[in-house]
Design a protein around this ligand. Sequence first.
Ligand code: SAM
Length: 273
Amino acid sequence: MVATPIGNARDITLRALDVLAGVDLIAAEDTRNTAHLLRLHGLSAKPGALVALHEHNERQGAERIIDALAAGTSVALVSDAGTPTISDPGGLLVRSVREAGYRVIPVPGANAMLAALSAAGLPAQQFLFYGFLPAKETARRRELEALQSLPYTLVFYEAPHRVLECVADLFGTLGEREITIARELTKLFETIHTGRLSEAVAWLNGDANRQRGEFVLLVAGAAMVAESGEGERVLRALLAELPLKQAVALTARITGEKRNAIYQLALTIKNGA
Ligand code: SAM
């Protein structure tokens, strides 16, 4: 399972290049994309060594790959971008190959969710990766309502033509929270914008370019410290006197509340929400 770049072609590991250069067969979501990536790195697949494996042929593809493994062939799987199986094909293949008794070896690398989380500044000790929300509004809102009370940073993938309606539903269901919109990561027009959910639609509408490209949306988890309660009173008092980290640590010690939740509330207070 070989991770490939999510934009910047140089975000590929030396081990991934070694594996792609050395295997007998490369199963790729889109063979043209992968051929292009190989060329960029001075590699080329042997004739017939690049085969398509995508969501529409994964079951039959898995059977063919198991036959190839049985014949002693080594196989690498790559998706179009990032880590295979993460909102991408490959899961069924991995399961079938493991059930057939073969080893599946991860060759880790780029992943849009982790890249976004690493730069967003939202709590990342615990987070929930949701991937793509349903395309239809009713189903999307139902899913979001189920996530409403989770005290973890929520991470979504979204397509450019749905980003506006998705952000509007995030605000409609989750209420005021901090959001980071991470767009075109590792590419020329990379943008990482943090603001309030109530203002996110206006921000996206502020410039047509802000709605273009690929998106990861990260939303702060539900604050566990009851707003207007004792925890918030203590936190506000300490924030007025101390740096954020110390105020959060002390509030956690005094109230016994989770540090993660207090941290989120502290961010909201600091941002003036
Ligand atoms: N397997 C990939 C990974 O490891 O991140 C994800 C594949 S999924 C089909 C594609 C979605 O990932 C896009 O619609 C977008 O939400 C997100 N994505 C991929 N590349 C991105 C990038 N460069 N910047 C922001 N989001 C990206």
